[in-house]
Design a protein around this ligand. Sequence first.
Ligand SMILES: Cc1cc2nc3c(=O)[nH]c(=O)nc-3n(C[C@H](O)[C@H](O)[C@H](O)COP(=O)(O)OP(=O)(O)OC[C@H]3O[C@@H](n4cnc5c(N)ncnc54)[C@H](O)[C@@H]3O)c2cc1C
Length: 454
Amino acid sequence: MSPLNSLTGKAKPYRTSGGIAAPRPNPSLPEAQRANYHGCPMEQFDLLIVGAGPAGSFAAERLARGGASVALFDGRPPGDPKACGGGVTSKALKAWPHLLEAVGRTIDELDMYSPSGKRLHLKLDEPFAVYSRIAFDTFLRERAREAGAHVFAEKIAGRGFKKDETGWIVRAQSGKEFSCAWLVGADGANSPIAKKLAGPLPPAEMEVAFGYRAPLPSAGDAATVVAFLPKWVGYAWAFPRPDHVSFGIATTQDAFDHEALDKLLWDFMVSYYEVPQVGNLRPQMRIWSKGARKGERTGTRVNSLRHIRAELEKSAERYAARIPGLEPRTWDTRHACGEQWALLGDAAGFADPVTGEGIYYALRSAELFAEAYLSGSPLDYEKLWRADFGRELQRASQMRRKFYGNFWGAPFTERMIEFARGHRGIRKVLGRLVAGDQGYTDLKRKLARSALKP
Ligand SMILES: Cc1cc2nc3c(=O)[nH]c(=O)nc-3n(C[C@H](O)[C@H](O)[C@H](O)COP(=O)(O)OP(=O)(O)OC[C@H]3O[C@@H](n4cnc5c(N)ncnc54)[C@H](O)[C@@H]3O)c2cc1C
């Protein structure tokens, strides 16, 4: 039997969305008042939000509920998922419990592997969730529409925004133009709006993540796995979603070697399907094993590995994208807002430089900007994000080198897993890190303190 399930099998959603109400018009939307440079009337809004990912949709929802007239531009082709692991920390689920209404899967245990292949099984006190990005983004976008935001399935042209004395004029690829007082860039890591308004980021401040969407295993529960890479910065993951498994590797762009990393990911994926879970027991993956070991080369295992790979090659869909990974000094110098503009989420560079996690920061930055705007002081957004999570992310970028560096003659991640295997306190700190509840500012202190306790 094939170890791979069909893509439609074994879905385990924990809760389905309760249905989305039909859009209702925003009573505060003014009539078209301005004309463009060709004399044609333009639709006018208080704010134009470019990009309907988590940041843009959540900001649109909050702003529309607060009475602002908002246009949200969704330039993503229908059915094209944003490249993402889809992991949403328990910190985010606690902050916005309505996220649990989106169709996803909760995860309360995972296997972590050290760079040399040692396993740590972690039971989480607080589960996190994994979503398909189509389901997650649709859920948030429809809530924005329901709140009164006007959602346009339009892509804004690369250089289609300009400012005059009264505000912004934005041009969609369809040729339609819109005007507003405030322009909000929520258009992701490659944001042309951010490049123009906050300045471009050098390649060293971008991380790369790529991977494959593949079928669920046909036997047993699909395990959640995070494995630190041997000799590379970063990690590989296997995140089971309701109808498939998202596999991927996140690493730095400056040391990216596509061929070598792709090979590593295929080893990881094949070993994932090789050891299906039996009851509650999941055997250890022979992670990073380059095919069969000595003595097995002509045996049944080699055939089985070949078979798994051949099956996977037929069904796995590849994806790749960039994640911002700002250097410590950039956090001080780069701004996320200015006169009549603001940047949210990835466009602002708000992702954790150690893990690449960005969904929490996309949602939180949207919330903080909406709060500042609705209180009548939009420029306070800069102060708010810095005080809320700016210091934490800056600390994470200072930690990145240490986290993926050496400690007592071995990679820090190797030591961390080794210690956690033998120590409940360290396991607990690690569990809180995965949950998003353990920050980097006091990570070392917490690890050291729990190591001293029996
Ligand atoms: C492979 C990979 C795995 C990841 N895994 C995780 C994870 O497990 N957990 C986590 O927390 N984070 C993860 N991240 C990071 C996470 O995906 C981002 O931080 C998050 O999506 C940022 O949300 P956003 O709304 O700012 O941007 P995005 O989600 O990128 O949304 C931007 C939207 O704007 C649209 N857009 C772009 N240009 C235009 C335009 N000109 N006009 C109209 N629309 C436009 C895009 O199509 C897109 O829909 C991962 C990233 C990658 C690349």
